[in-house]
Design a protein around this ligand. Sequence first.
Ligand SMILES: Cc1cc2nc3c(=O)[nH]c(=O)nc-3n(C[C@H](O)[C@H](O)[C@H](O)COP(=O)(O)OP(=O)(O)OC[C@H]3O[C@@H](n4cnc5c(N)ncnc54)[C@H](O)[C@@H]3O)c2cc1C
Length: 418
Amino acid sequence: MSIGATWAGTHTFTAAALIEATSIEDVARAVRDTRGPVRALGTRHSFNDLADTAGTLVTVTGIPADPVLDHDARTVTVGAGTRYGDLATWLESRGWALHNMGSLPHISVGGAVATGTHGSGVTNGCLSDAVAALEYVDASGALAVSRRGDPGFEGLVVGLGAYGIAVRITLDIQPTYLVRQDVYRGLPWDTLLADLPAVMASGYSVSAFTMWAEPTVQQVWRKTRIGAGEEPAERWMGARIERPEESGLVDVPPDNLTVKGGVEGAWLERLPHFRLDSTPSNGDEIQTEYFVALEDGADALRAVRELGEAIAPHLLITELRTVAADSLWLSGAYGRDTLAIHFTWRNDAAAVASLTPRIEAALAPFGARPHWGKVHTMTADAVAAVTPRLADAKAQFERLDPAGRFANQHLRRLGIRD
Ligand SMILES: Cc1cc2nc3c(=O)[nH]c(=O)nc-3n(C[C@H](O)[C@H](O)[C@H](O)COP(=O)(O)OP(=O)(O)OC[C@H]3O[C@@H](n4cnc5c(N)ncnc54)[C@H](O)[C@@H]3O)c2cc1C
């Protein structure tokens, strides 16, 4: 049986079987009744072999979302296989919102949370930071729950599928809000480097897009909350607001993108870059991404920019975003306000394989951490050096899953399981 590949085709799954669960009992049975390794599979938007296993993959995307609101606690509990976009639509129709979204609404809550997926915003934690509770099938096939405040909870949320299969996830919510997106063109690189924290704090969620080798940053997308006193001006920091006829980003058709031009809209239609009813990003691509402390951000960007001429021919676009510090052991933003330096590459694996170690070497002095769901070449030693709670997370995974049923080659390669 062919299980296929990741969304971008960057990894072909080698698992022997795929179980498409339609109930929590299906998941429990899959863990109880199969032999050998088992791994959760979400919507396949990771770019590497993180989700893969030599044994059985179990996807929970077919389990009904069945969202349950708790008005007093300001949370929603939802099936882990639910796409963010579907949850967001459900919440918005009841007057509620999430704090943030990733660039695409197509990813599952369980898969996004498990890899520390993030949007942008200096005060916005990653999507995992909104997790208040995890209900999961453990290594014995039993249903278990871990809540914020429980011992070890912070080691499970960004869990890389290493502790079990999440079936229901509780997320913090807030009353709905409106957002506008304004695109600025021509921000001088010198201004960005001189004032990186101010640029990135100039809206609720700010993304800067660049090809590195140019004198000005191509575009800055400022997503501002209506009523927050952030309304943008025609000119800003040497950049100018985009004219309607200029809209679009590299190879992505404008119709695939959420509405810009300062038009107010609900949070779920402005915070993601890509529309739920369209193809996100380019599709024919490879992604890599690294996290550094925001306070080191300008120096880290200078270091990568030295490679700009080598990078540009192979790049579709780089996006710079911020993530607020959190306390999740395996989060890319653990313990530090973070600058996320992202690369969407042309689908040329050899070029990416040769450039990635050079970028990693340039970022090593800044303690750069990799995005778990994207391509990187960091060794177990390098990952351990920049992940302060890795040993704690590993010890917890080993205690919860002593036989290593949820372990795989990827986790072993990175020293997250033996
Ligand atoms: C076009 C595109 C745009 C992207 N944009 C962003 C972005 O804006 N920000 C960002 O940070 N990342 C981004 N990513 C990366 C993406 O968010 C992550 O790779 C995320 O993990 C994808 O979720 P998924 O459901 O597809 O997970 P999968 O790729 O299916 O699985 C990823 C990991 O999660 C685990 N997992 C999945 N479901 C469960 C579960 N129910 N219980 C336990 N573990 C589980 C798997 O075992 C695996 O280890 C993007 C990817 C693409 C393709």
